[in-house]
Design a protein around this ligand. Structure first.
Ligand SMILES: *[C@@H]1O[C@H](CO)[C@@H](O)[C@H](O)[C@H]1NC(C)=O
Ligand SMILES: *[C@@H]1O[C@H](CO)[C@@H](O)[C@H](O)[C@H]1NC(C)=O
Ligand SMILES: *[C@@H]1O[C@H](CO)[C@@H](O)[C@H](O)[C@H]1NC(C)=O
Ligand SMILES: *[C@@H]1O[C@H](CO)[C@@H](O)[C@H](O)[C@H]1NC(C)=O
Ligand SMILES: *[C@@H]1O[C@H](CO)[C@@H](O)[C@H](O)[C@H]1NC(C)=O
Ligand SMILES: *[C@@H]1O[C@H](CO)[C@@H](O)[C@H](O)[C@H]1NC(C)=O
Ligand SMILES: *[C@@H]1O[C@H](CO)[C@@H](O)[C@H](O)[C@H]1NC(C)=O
Ligand SMILES: *[C@@H]1O[C@H](CO)[C@@H](O)[C@H](O)[C@H]1NC(C)=O
Ligand SMILES: *[C@@H]1O[C@H](CO)[C@@H](O)[C@H](O)[C@H]1NC(C)=O
Ligand SMILES: *[C@@H]1O[C@H](CO)[C@@H](O)[C@H](O)[C@H]1NC(C)=O
Ligand SMILES: *[C@@H]1O[C@H](CO)[C@@H](O)[C@H](O)[C@H]1NC(C)=O
Length: 443
């Protein structure tokens, strides 16, 4: 999923010829109005649209969202990275409003998100309340476990100095965590934290997938979580967590397949986008390993860094190999498959019962999918309203729900200037071939 991302800054500059190099003409020019059906020309033109109908499900008028997960009863959960927001985990309550979830008390107040030690800012180490939630995922119920909302807290808020320059404090153990909430009773029933040798101080937990079957090799029989560390600072990789023992380990750290692309310059609405973070020189897109999806048989993880155009996969058995296996890292690297380029950067992934690997494509206001049966990337849906799809979740109704948050227009990427325009949105699109949420791994 997703893209997080607060550590960088950019601008959608480049409009007009009066621009002086090094100074930004920050602009939202180029945004296509969805009603622009007539271009008043005799020439063929690109109307920005293909695929199934896109429906508008929810409007965000306050906090800008990141993660999304849709429950079997239709409830929609959302997360918001912080900052200054009042809460970081929410539930949609009507067409235009959301509320803290499970309650306001479990969302630490903005004043409690970071601490200082010897002049260095650290994220909170509070393991019993939410700091800055990046991603959400829902597993369906089975005889051993209720339907569960899994909450991935980075423990790393964005903080601002006296000049208003953003930065992201290091994580303390306890802050970064995976929390299980029962959707039957809306209560936390389990919390997992990570040692600093697995979750580094500069790690950034970005997305999560699960295999809850009892018979997976290399696990204690209570299921496993596959997490991605997208660290902008440079040590991205996979983090695995045995849900029975609570033991976690890393794999493919700094493998070429998880690293950010070299000098990646994505293009949004026709504008090349450098990251322009207030108080820092312009940079290229920094984010490593981001999108992840497991095949319906649980044998393969598909993945990619946000800032590369390549799609990769690795057998899950190689990720399950722990450090006691002397060849774990060498074998994992040897078993990485490079499926070639997909034509764009991508952030969050999802997957359906067709076995398709959906990839959210902010550069094209689109969602593509990879079909493992023909080895190719295909178009699924494109629409000018898809202004940075930042997380997708398939509901029990066979729709793919997308969070739309206009991320390239956020102040932390535009020298402190907020170019986003309310409302943000949740959109949904019907899956092809009656595709549904993958539940085979939760039996
Ligand atoms: C399209 O929508 C925009 C914004 O809602 C509006 O300003 C504009 O007049 C509309 N254009 C047409 C051709 O209807
Ligand atoms: C855009 O063009 C496609 C292909 O001609 C057409 O199917 C679609 O309805 C058009 N969409 C809009 C919004 O005009
Ligand atoms: C945060 O909560 C305070 C106090 O309840 C309220 O005044 C403020 O508007 C809220 N901020 C946002 C962004 O909702
Ligand atoms: C949605 O909920 C908010 C907050 O409870 C309320 O102020 C608003 O009136 C509600 N809107 C609708 C359309 O029910
Ligand atoms: C949080 O970080 C900011 C920015 O570094 C700093 O000004 C503030 O004092 C920190 N808060 C605490 C409680 O240490
Ligand atoms: C963590 O946050 C909760 C909720 O605000 C609070 O009750 C608890 O005392 C905090 N724990 C620590 C160790 O600060
Ligand atoms: C899951 O929950 C549904 C509805 O509450 C129930 O009918 C079903 O039996 C449960 N499935 C399992 C495997 O417990
Ligand atoms: C909620 O459900 C979970 C999982 O079934 C259970 O462990 C927990 O005790 C329940 N909590 C409350 C407050 O009922
Ligand atoms: C593991 O269990 C699932 C059902 O939960 C079954 O479909 C699968 O065949 C089993 N795999 C092995 C290797 O036994
Ligand atoms: C690579 O993965 C396959 C399963 O897809 C497995 O049989 C094989 O042992 C793995 N090779 C290595 C070197 O780990
Ligand atoms: C999807 O399901 C509907 C209703 O069950 C059925 O009529 C239709 O043929 C199915 N479509 C495909 C492509 O399987």
């Amino acid at each position: 999923m997703h893209l997080s991302a607060l550590l960088t800054a950019c601008s959608l500059a480049g409009v007009g010829y009066s621009q002086v190099i090094g100074q930004d003409t920050i602009s939202t020019a180029g945004l296509i109005q969805n009603n622009a059906t007539s271009a008043n020309t005799r020439l063929r033109y690109d109307n920005g649209t293909y695929g199934p109908a896109v429906e508008e499900v929810h409007y965000y008028n306050g906090q800008w969202p990141i993660g999304i997960a849709v429950a079997s009863d239709g409830r929609i959960f959302t997360s918001y990275t912080r900052g200054s927001y009042n809460y970081t985990l929410g539930v949609v309550t009507n067409l235009t409003a959301e509320a803290p979830y499970p309650n306001a008390a479990l969302n630490l107040p903005p004043s409690a998100l970071n601490t200082t030690w010897n002049g260095i800012a650290f994220g909170s180490g509070n393991a019993s309340a939410f700091i800055s939630v990046q991603a959400l995922y829902i597993t369906s119920n089975n005889s051993r476990r209720p339907e569960t909302l899994w909450v991935l807290d980075t423990g790393r808020p964005t903080v601002y100095n006296a000049q208003g320059d953003p930065s992201m404090p290091y994580a303390q153990p306890g802050g970064p965590k995976l929390v299980a909430i029962s959707l039957a009773n809306n209560s936390i029933y389990q919390t997992y934290t990570f040692p600093s040798t697995v979750h580094y101080p500069d790690s950034y937990l970005n997305d999560l997938r699960f295999d809850l079957r009892t018979n997976i090799t290399g696990t204690s029989g209570k299921g496993i979580a596959y997490l991605v560390d997208s660290s902008n600072e440079g040590r991205p990789g996979f983090i695995m967590l045995d849900l029975g023992t609570g033991i976690s380990w890393r794999r493919l750290t700094q493998d070429q397949s998880v690293l950010r692309g070299g000098q990646d310059l994505p293009v949004y609405q026709g504008h090349p986008l450098y990251l322009r973070m207030k108080g820092m020189p312009a940079q290229w897109q920094l984010e490593g390993l981001d999108g992840i999806q497991i095949s319906p048989d649980g044998n393969t993880v598909y993945y990619s860094p946000l800032s590369q155009n390549y799609l990769y996969s690795v057998p899950t058995l190689n990720l399950r190999a722990q450090d006691t296996d002397e060849l774990a890292e060498i074998n994992a690297h040897a078993n990485v498959s490079n499926h070639g380029q997909r034509g764009s950067n991508a952030n969050g992934f999802e997957g359906d019962s067709n076995g398709f690997i959906y990839q959210l494509i902010p550069e094209h206001n689109a969602v593509f999918y990879y079909n493992p049966r023909d080895g190719q990337t295909h178009p699924f849906v494109r629409d000018p309203r898809i202004l940075w799809p930042d997380g997708g979740s398939i509901g029990a109704d066979g729709y793919l729900y997308l969070n739309i948050n206009q991320l390239p227009y956020q102040p932390d990427w535009n020298n402190g200037v907020d170019l986003r325009q309310h409302p943000g949105a949740i959109l949904r699109v019907k899956l092809p071939n009656n595709g549904t949420k993958v539940t085979s791994l939760y039996a």
